[in-house]
Each structure stands twice: as C-alpha cells, then as structure tokens.
Design a protein around this ligand. Structure first.
Ligand SMILES: [Zn+2]
Length: 465
C-alpha cells in the first residue's frame, strides 16, 4: 500500500472512531442524527400517502397534507400544526409543551417551534393520551430534568396498545390501506416506552403556577381512551382538549371506536363534559385541526354533546329494561332534532350497540350457539345441499333491486365459496356494498363506515379478477 493510501486509511479510521464516540457518548449527537433520519422518513411517508389513490379525498389524507408550521394562537401560546398539533405555552420561567404530534412529524414541529421561540426551554411535556398521534414526539423533546406529565391510566393504556400493536396495526391498515405494512419498531419512532414522571388521577386536578402562568390539568376519561388529560389555562380561559372531542367540534362522540381498543365509559364521558361546561372556555384548542374561538359555538356545542350522549345512553338503557332487542334499538334510537350533531366520526347506532355491550357484554342472551365455538357458517354447505344455490343468488339480487342490501348480504354469505357461479355472487356482493356506501355518503357520512365499505368493495373486486 502506498504511503498516501496508508494515511488516508488511517484518517478514515480516525473519522469512524470519532463518529462512533460522538454517537455513543453524546446523546445530543445521536438524537440529531435520528431527527434527520426520521424527518426523511416522514417526508417519504407523506409522499407515499398523498400519491396513493386509496387515500384520495379521505379525512386521513386531509390530515397528512396539513403543512407543518408554528403559529401564535394567543399571546405567548404557540401551535405547531400537523396531523397532531403540538402546543407550547411560554412563561417568564420555563415553558410547557402540550401534546407532541406524530413521531415522523416531530423533527419539523420541533424546528418550527424553536424557530418561533428561540429561547424555548421546557420544564414539562404533557401528553393528552397515549395515542401515537399525540405522544409520538415525546421522546424527541425529552431531555434530563424535564417532567413528563400524563393521566394515571396512561401507562396501562400504553401497555395494551404496545402488546396488541400488530393486531391493531392490521385493523387500521384495513381501514387506511395507504399505511406502511408494519409498525415502526426502531429508535425514537417505535411506539411506547414513555415513562411519565408526574401523573394526574380522575377527580384530582393538578394546579400549578409557573413563570406567572396558571396551569390546571384535569383527568377526563371517557372519550378517545381512559387516559384523557386536558390542560386549562384559567387566566386566558383556554382549554387544550387533546382528542377529548375527536377530530370535529361539535360532533356525536365516538364513544367506542370500530378500530378496536378497550371500552370507553359513556357516563364518564358525560361527567367529563360537565367538568368542561363548568370551566366555561373562551377558546378550545384541540390537538387536531384549528382552535375554536366562537364562545357561542363552544357553549352550545358542549351542552349538545353532553345531552346527545346522555340521551343515547338513557334511551339504550330504557330499551334494555323494556326487553327490546339490540338490533331494534339500533334502528329506533335517533337523536331528536334539537340534539342533532354530525355523525361523521361517532355514529349513534354504533353507540347504542356499544353502550348495550358495555353493560351486558358478550352474551346477548339470544342464541344458545353464541355460547359455543361453532359458527353459523359451519352449516352453510348443508344449506346448499338442500337448496338451489342459484336460487339464493337470485333472491339476493331481488333484495338488491328492492334496496335491501343487508338481507342480500346475509344470503350471499351462505352461497359465497359454496360452488355456485362465483362471479354472480361477487357481483351481487359488490352491488349490495355499493348501496350501503351510497347510503352512508348521502346520510351520516361516517368516515369509518365508508372506510370499511371501501375495504370490502376493494377486497371483493380483487376476488373477481
Ligand atoms: Zn388523535
């Protein structure tokens, strides 16, 4: 080897060793590298989603395309926009962060807030709940000496969401097909592992004053999880609501989500809404989309959400006591005109079903077979031996013609895969699903219902190929 090459090799060796020392012993260096890598990943994810035809026009695509920038929403109070917003409340002492957005958007949100507030120095990071679009950036902001504040149930919620991550990821991907195939598992972007240093329990608000700013934290369970924490700034009458209201305000709440997750308690949610009504906010700052600043809209919306939830709860309980069937209650219970709210996120008939199951759980006291492991589909082939399968498909088509897609789907479930001309079965299935989709789009426009129907239509079309 020539002398020049030897020197070069030694130099490269020194550089590698230097880099390794910096990486291993200077956490700041490691973090800045991870920030850069994650920022790139975030850009790729946004590009992939915005180019995916399955995402076109969906609420999720609308969220992912929100530009990330910092804006001052009240004196000294900053919001970094994104899929999930991050909020910085500055004081004459140290500053407080409320919610941290998605991990893949954290690098840009951190930069936006640091550019806007160059002397930013955090004492506390508050996370509204354990969902990845709110707690995802915590690890990026966290440094020695900063307190992480969460609801007392945060650790348990984070535990089960971590343990069941693959299961829920698969479910979410069914609804949002543009998501990556598997959840991120490396470094700062992996879900979970957040250890709160301060917690707030239900019914025990935490009140502190720092740098001239009063902070009050209320544990308000019931909506998007049992670990909801909201921040109230009494001097400004601003409520940072996290996901307490969901992505819209006002709306009929998603008391339980069809994505899965543990049960949410409907009466707790009503009680939590009462706490907020008593606070009487002038501004609500949710961690999705824009702040709500119209006092009349806030007041009326809060009361309506509380009364609508209570109404659906009470009607369900009354129907249960009257011995009515669940399906009958799902069809019968409707919001009265004075309590009408959008059902784009939460749906009244699903709330009826989930309140019913919240109280009575899994055994509907209906069929004996519910108690055992053999499903009805186990005897579908027997039915097809006795009945002409093509006649069932014909009957399903008649139901579709009569605008009765659910009756059609029940019949098609019997014949599907049973040896009858499968093109006719799948065609009829697509027609039935399309009727349901048109109804959903013309009616309540519930996003989750439409996501599910789109998934089923796509899946059935793929089987037709
Ligand atoms: Zn959220």
């Amino acid at each position: 080897m020539s002398k020049v090459l030897k020197i070069l090799a030694r130099l490269i060796g020194l550089l590698v060793v230097g880099f390794a020392i910096l990486y291993l012993f200077f956490p700041g260096f490691k973090k800045s590298l991870q920030l850069k890598a994650v920022d790139k990943m975030g850009d790729v994810a946004v590009k992939r989603m915005s180019e995916n035809p399955d995402a076109a026009g969906s609420v999720a695509a609308e969220f992912i395309n929100i530009p990330i920038k910092a804006r001052e929403i009240s004196g000294g109070v900053w919001q970094a926009t994104g899929v999930g917003n991050a909020h910085l409340i500055t004081t004459s002492g140290k500053d407080v962060l409320f919610d941290t957005g998605l991990s893949t958007q954290a690098p840009k949100q951190i930069k936006a807030l640091k550019d806007a507030v160059p002397d930013l120095e955090l004492s506390h990071i508050i996370t509204s709940h354990s969902h990845a679009d709110h707690a995802g950036g915590v690890k990026f902001w966290d440094e020695d000496g900063i307190d992480i504040v969460a609801h007392a149930e945060f650790v348990e919620e984070q535990r089960y969401l971590t343990e069941l991550q693959d299961y829920f990821w698969h479910r979410n991907r069914t609804l949002f097909p543009f998501m990556p195939e598997s959840p991120p598992t490396i470094g700062l972007i992996a879900y979970g592992g957040i250890e709160p240093t301060m917690t707030v329990a239900n019914g025990q608000p935490l009140k502190v004053t720092q740098g001239g700013v009063e902070f009050e934290l209320y544990a308000l369970p019931g909506a998007e999880g049992a670990d909801n924490l909201v921040l109230w700034l009494p001097q400004k009458k601003i409520l940072f609501s996290g996901d307490f209201f969901g992505p819209l305000f006002p709306q009929f709440p998603n008391i339980f989500t069809m994505r899965g997750e543990k049960i949410r308690k409907p009466v707790e949610y009503v009680n939590s809404l009462d706490v907020i009504i008593d606070l009487d906010p002038d501004m609500i700052v949710p961690s999705h989309k824009d702040p709500i600043t119209d006092k009349a809209v806030i007041r009326e919306g809060l009361v309506k959400m509380r009364d609508a939830t209570k109404y659906v709860h009470d009607q369900t309980v009354e129907g249960m006591n009257a011995g009515k069937k669940l399906e009958q209650l799902m069809a019968e219970i409707q919001l009265p005109a004075e309590l009408a709210l959008t059902q784009e996120h939460g749906k009244v008939s699903w709330a009826v079903k989930s309140i019913w199951e919240y109280y009575a759980t899994w055994f509907h006291f209906d069929k004996t077979t519910e108690l055992y492991h053999v499903p009805q589909s186990a005897v579908h082939s027997d039915i097809l031996e006795l009945v002409d399968g093509e006649a069932l498909v014909k009957k399903a088509a008649d139901y579709i013609a009569q605008d009765k897609p659910l009756e059609a789907l029940h019949l098609l479930d019997i014949v599907d895969g049973g040896g009858v001309d499968n093109t006719a079965v799948l065609d009829a299935r697509i027609n039935a699903l399309n009727i349901l989709k048109s109804r959903a789009e013309a009616g309540e426009k519930n996003s989750y219902e439409i996501y599910w129907l789109n998934y089923r239509i796509r899946e059935t079309e793929a089987r037709l190929q």
